[in-house]
Design a protein around this ligand. Structure first.
Ligand SMILES: C[S@@+](CC[C@H](N)C(=O)[O-])C[C@H]1O[C@@H](n2cnc3c(N)ncnc32)[C@H](O)[C@@H]1O
Length: 361
């Protein structure tokens, strides 16, 4: 069973603020690295070894699937590639026809209704789908049951706010900052410790769920080792959200006390930190670990795009701590501040997109 963890799903439903309509930034990365997974699966996986002789169900899990549409795209691409591989191998040796099962995992309060309501129309011919509620910082699926696991933009969400960062008596107190922007050394350390613990739990659980030879595909963002969050455009956006909250405390919409006790359980590791966390696990071989620029990085993202994207993934967290009356005004203020002080993307330091394929030993 999964261990309990703090849970802040993306905005549900399908209105203008929902994750469905505000997840193209993540989708661009999934699209950008799709070909690498295709090549790897076609060239390297051994279907005969992966599947038991009498077993015809190929099982895929998407950990932290949210409500779509990105998850549908990611799993369909894996299915198409495995089918192609299966067809090619069947020409040489006789293989049983494959059926596919997809396990969509996310926190129990994820909007699974919208997820299943918006499944692509062709899904019933392609795969059986299962919803798997529970934190991926713990076991969510049976031992030895998954052939390919996938996860995108998920392990940035820590299992909890690191200890002490909301404790005003601690050196690791994050003051009025609302995330790990790397400006206070002790805060950064607290986040690093939590990230390393969480990655260890995540990988240990996946190692139990994946069959030997099974693949875990993971993508997300990290920093070059010499870059700090506050120097990147997304770091600047979250610091600006913090500034808006401070303005709102001045005008009485929220309080300084509430801001001082808030820090987001979200963390972006440095590249070497991420690599170390994976190597420490020992149950996987690293088949591929590459970094690239975000496909949309060259574009000047519009203020509307930025505001909507951050609203879709932060509003449940903001609502839980500050109350739902704050959300509209906060993101209105963010839009105004970004208009007044546009982000200079040229000047910002760059984050990187990472793309990892792990193979269960
Ligand atoms: C930014 S969304 C990414 C969604 C999707 N993978 C994509 O690429 O569009 C992050 C997702 O991770 C989920 N998540 C965060 N922590 C989780 C946990 N401990 N267990 C399961 N899901 C989690 C969130 O609920 C959210 O749906």
């Amino acid at each position: 069973m999964s261990t309990s963890s703090q849970s802040y799903p993306m905005s549900g439903g399908d209105d203008q603020h929902s994750y469905i309509h505000n997840s193209s930034y993540q989708k661009a990365v999934i699209d950008g690295v799709e070909e690498k997974a295709r090549q790897y699966i076609l060239e390297k996986i051994d279907l005969l070894y992966l599947m038991k002789p009498d077993h015809s169900t190929f099982t895929i899990a998407d950990y932290g699937c949210s409500i779509g549409p990105n998850t549908f795209h990611a799993v369909q691409s894996i299915i198409d590639t495995v089918k192609l591989k299966h067809m090619k191998e069947s020409q040489e040796i006789s293989l049983v026809p494959l059926k596919f099962q997809v396990c969509f995992n996310d926190q129990a309060n994820n909007d699974f209704n919208t997820l299943f309501r918006t499944l692509p129309p062709s899904f019933d011919q392609e795969y059986f789908s299962v919803g798997v509620p529970g934190s991926f910082y713990g076991r969510v699926l049976p031992r030895n049951s998954i052939h390919i696991g996938h996860t995108s933009y998920t392990t940035h969400w820590l299992s909890k706010v690191p200890e002490h960062v909301c404790d005003k008596k601690s050196l690791a107190w994050n003051k009025t900052f609302i995330h790990c922007n790397n400006l206070i050394e002790e805060v950064t350390q607290a986040y690093k410790v939590q990230f390393t613990k969480d990655m260890s739990v995540f990988l240990k659980a996946r190692a139990e769920e994946l069959v030997p030879g099974g693949l875990m595909i993971a993508l997300g963002e990290c920093f070059p080792d010499d870059v700090a969050m506050y120097e990147t455009w997304s770091g600047i956006v979250v610091d600006t959200i913090g500034d808006c909250l401070l303005d709102m405390a001045t005008s009485g919409v929220t309080t300084l006390e509430k801001i001082e006790l808030f820090s987001m359980p979200v963390y972006f590791p440095q590249y070497s930190e991420l690599k170390r966390a994976i190597e420490q696990n020992g149950s996987f071989t690293i088949e591929m670990m590459e970094t690239t620029r975000h496909p949309l990085e060259a574009m000047q993202l519009t203020n509307d795009f930025i505001t909507s994207m951050f609203r879709a993934f932060l509003s449940t967290m903001i609502e839980k701590h500050f109350g739902d009356a704050v959300v509209d005004e906060l993101f209105d203020q963010l839009a105004k501040k970004l208009l007044k002080h546009p982000i200079d993307f040229e000047k910002c330091k760059k984050k990187m997109v990472y793309y990892i394929i792990l193979k269960r030993k």
